[in-house]
Design a protein around this ligand. Structure first.
Ligand SMILES: Cc1cc2nc3c(=O)[nH]c(=O)nc-3n(C[C@H](O)[C@H](O)[C@H](O)COP(=O)(O)OP(=O)(O)OC[C@H]3O[C@@H](n4cnc5c(N)ncnc54)[C@H](O)[C@@H]3O)c2cc1C
Length: 489
């Protein structure tokens, strides 16, 4: 039966759920506090530059295909992808660098130069990661974990060892590769899963297959093109977005959702799908009696890092950068520890996105568009001093490793950090990627998609299943629509 559904938030999760539910024949309205779609996949324009403010790595194209296939569409109906070659470049603490190409044989030869025997081991590792990815992705990602019998999947038990649920991501990599350089290349993507390779289960190194086997893409025009594409698809299906409409309450009567209050107005609805940060929804939009979690749950949660995001428009192009450049310093382990402990890292690891290397629409001719992301603890105090300290460190480090004093070439500078994440998205502690994927927050232990106390209330997005990052968040909209079909007859 057709229902009226309101979705809180027009992030990738909200738009995905909205499109799926509209396809099922429901009347769907999306209420978003900000003025545009995409959530953390945001954009801003300044001084002739166009800056993507969130994602820049388009990984797991198969997940995007799966999403669009639900509507007999493909991503290319909404945006165009470019396969990046080189995929990225890595600078190490000794100022050496390596270019990463979407070619397993080439990378095996490169790894062999770093460690005798590593080439063959890398090829073996890739076969293992492909198998793991192909087993885990279709089997775990679209499951209803609110139903305990789903856990009695014999395949999970049969493959528990090879899925590496109990050892860490780092120990799984370190078992095969002794070279710290190779380890870093195979481990840095843990940050995309909201955590440290020392804390995440070995299961998640299947992202190595996403990196080297499925490769890294760039949406022409920038990642915000994907946000626009999702909004277009949702509208085509009949979804009505309402921007600049912050939701201040989920109204519950007799344990069942009755609607929301948005922009001061009561909007009645049969079902509510929450895409805003889970902690915000529980603690700010629901009355205490309906919350699933005590405040201590959130205080002790393994939150993903926040980020100091530095946006720079430069008056010239920088030769030693590729579209994606990772810069690794001495204190690899220290940086991850500092994120957990709420400290300033001694020598941060960071990432530089230079989309103007691929896309002339993001910078004026002859100029460079740079976004630097320094993962930082969400428990650190955000102030001008800390922001500038990190900025200075990064500028000096780029001079040393990449050989250019980019400070002399800045036409535009903006720093976006924890407090901005809170103001812009109601992000708990200013986190960037939601809840980390430690075992404590994986699979059945992740906050549920279907609220346990309030009938008719669902959650979509990076805090819930299947997890964080744009591909998984898109799949979570499919999952929610399956739950609605199952539970809301
Ligand atoms: C700097 C950065 C870099 C990243 N890099 C990558 C990457 O390279 N690749 C990748 O795949 N992923 C990356 N991610 C992660 C990715 O962006 C997220 O996992 C994903 O976009 C989260 O989508 P979501 O729908 O769960 O949440 P969000 O995008 O946060 O959407 C939630 C929406 O709810 C809205 N909202 C909040 N409160 C209210 C309210 N009261 N009323 C109405 N609306 C409300 C918010 O404004 C927001 O629009 C990155 C994230 C960041 C921040």
């Amino acid at each position: 039966m057709s229902k009226k559904v309101v979705v809180i938030g027009a992030g990738f999760g909200g738009l995905s759920a909205a499109a799926m539910l509209a396809k099922q024949g429901h009347e769907v309205h999306v209420f978003e506090k900000n003025s545009n779609p995409g959530g953390r996949t945001n954009v801003y324009h300044a001084d002739g530059f166009k800056f993507d403010m969130g994602p820049s790595w388009y990984l797991m194209p198969d997940a995007f295909e799966t999403f669009f296939k639900q509507f007999d569409k493909s991503p290319s109906d909404y945006y165009q992808l470019i396969k990046l070659d080189p995929a990225y470049k890595v600078y190490f603490s000794d100022n050496e660098s390596i270019v990463v190409k979407p070619d397993i044989d080439y990378m095996a030869d490169e790894f062999e130069k770093l460690e005798k025997g590593a080439g063959a081991k890398f090829k073996k590792h890739m076969l293992k990661m492909k198998k793991k990815y192909e087993l885990a992705v279709p089997r775990f990602l679209l499951k209803d974990y609110s139903n305990p019998t789903e856990l009695l999947d014999m395949e999970i038990f049969k493959h528990a060892l090879s899925l590496e649920l109990t050892n860490s991501y780092h120990s799984s990599i370190a078992k095969s590769f002794k070279s710290p350089k190779i380890q870093k290349i195979l481990e840095f993507m843990a940050v995309f899963l909201g955590g440290s390779p020392y804390k995440l289960p070995g299961l998640y190194n299947l992202i190595n297959w996403a990196d080297f086997g499925l490769n890294v893409y760039y949406p022409q025009g920038g990642f915000f093109e994907v946000s626009k594409g999702l909004e277009k698809l949702a509208k085509e299906l009949g979804v009505t977005p309402h921007y600049n409409k912050p939701v201040s309450e989920i109204v519950v009567e007799n344990g069942k959702t009755k609607g929301i209050v948005a922009g001061g107005e009561m909007i009645e609805a049969d079902l509510v799908v929450a895409n805003a940060d889970y902690q915000f929804v529980e603690e700010k939009l629901l009355k205490e009696e309906y919350r699933q979690y005590a405040p201590s749950f959130w205080e002790k949660a393994d939150m993903s890092p926040s980020g100091v995001c530095i946006f720079l428009g430069l008056n010239k192009t920088i030769p030693n950068l590729t579209h994606h450049t990772m810069v690794f310093s001495e204190g690899w382990e220290n940086h991850f520890e500092s994120i957990e402990k709420g400290q300033m890292p001694d020598s941060p690891q960071y990432y530089i996105s230079t989309p103007s290397k691929t896309d002339e629409s993001v910078a004026p001719e002859g100029k460079e568009n740079i976004f630097i992301l320094v993962p930082i603890s969400p428990y650190l105090t955000d102030n001008e001093d800390n922001r500038e300290k990190i900025f200075d460190y990064v500028m000096e480090d780029i001079k040393k490793k990449i050989g250019v004093d980019i400070r002399k070439h800045i036409l535009h500078k903006r720093i976006f950090a924890q407090n901005d994440f809170i103001n812009e998205y109601n992000a708990y502690k200013g986190n960037a990627f939601g809840l980390g994927h430690t075992l404590k927050h994986s699979i059945t232990f992740r906050p549920p998609n279907k609220h346990k106390k309030v009938k008719g209330l669902y959650f979509v997005g990076q805090y819930t299943n299947p997890g964080t990052g744009t591909p998984l968040v898109l799949l979570s909209g499919i999952l929610v629509s399956q739950l609605v079909q199952k539970y809301e007859k």
